[in-house]
Ligand binder design. Structure first.
Ligand code: SAM
Length: 225
């Protein structure tokens, strides 16, 4: 598997909008990771949203994807991936597949992406998109992501795309020494985006990036449904 070579997915008429998205929304806000920018230039975000909002796919904001859920603003996807800093050989866990867009962008940066979604309908649609677009290094599972993916742990990176009340203990335990976890933590309206690192001695450090607003992480180590 060569993670940075998934063939041409830009054979569509929205490439100019993606370029604008990168140049006007991401670079001016300080996103510098070249691999993240390149991946977001190529992944067809408009194919990850419902037809009724396709026209707005490259706008500077989140969009509704059904079931009361959202695809995150492009800048927030880029920021989270920049904080995660995935390396080409890494195995990464994502919690909150949603549309599948962030997992698709991530799949071009790293060896393997494991993604968990609690809503089967969204997971099925994301899986169909990955198949159609030939993203073959993504595995999707339906379930409670706060419990992680024990059979594939530990991970080099974990990215949580929903707002948690606290950092789930299970996810900390599924990080490799040297691994990174990016997670919004706070109340149901606003969260602080945290970068948690697991030190070689097993301890953890935490850094706050910025204030964000995510749908709630619902599960055993998240919010009640
Ligand atoms: N990364 C997604 C994308 O690119 O479209 C956006 C994710 S959306 C902001 C948050 C998702 O997290 C929702 O689809 C929601 O159903 C899911 N979710 C919430 N709690 C979850 C849990 N415990 N396990 C797995 N998925 C969860």
């Amino acid at each position: 598997m060569t993670p940075l070579n998934h063939g041409s997915l830009t054979s569509d008429n929205r490439a100019a909008e993606r370029k604008q998205m990168v140049e006007k929304q991401l670079v001016p806000r300080g996103i510098k990771n070249e691999a993240v920018l390149k991946s977001m230039l190529r992944v067809p975000r408009h194919l990850f949203v419902p037809d009724r909002v396709q026209a707005f796919a490259y706008h500077d904001g989140p969009l509704h994807i059904g079931e009361g859920q959202t695809i995150s603003q492009p800048y927030i996807v880029a920021l989270m991936l920049e904080l995660l800093a995935p390396a080409p050989a890494d195995r990464v866990l994502e919690i909150g597949t949603g549309s599948g867009y962030a997992a698709a962008v991530l799949s071009r940066l790293t060896a393997m992406v494991y993604t968990i979604e609690r809503l089967a309908n969204l997971a099925d649609k994301a899986r169909a998109r990955f198949r159609a677009l030939k993203y073959d290094n993504i595995e999707v599972r339906v379930g409670d992501g706060t419990r992680g993916w024990p059979g594939e742990a530990p991970f080099d990176g974990i990215i949580v795309s929903a707002g948690a009340p606290v950092i789930p203990r299970t996810l900390r335990e599924q990080m490799k020494p040297g691994g990174r976890l990016v997670i919004p933590v706070g109340d149901k309206n606003h969260q602080e985006l945290l970068l948690v690192r697991r030190k070689p001695d097993g301890g953890f450090t935490e850094e706050i990036s910025e204030v964000v607003c995510f749908v709630p992480l619902i599960g055993q180590e998240g919010w009640d449904s």
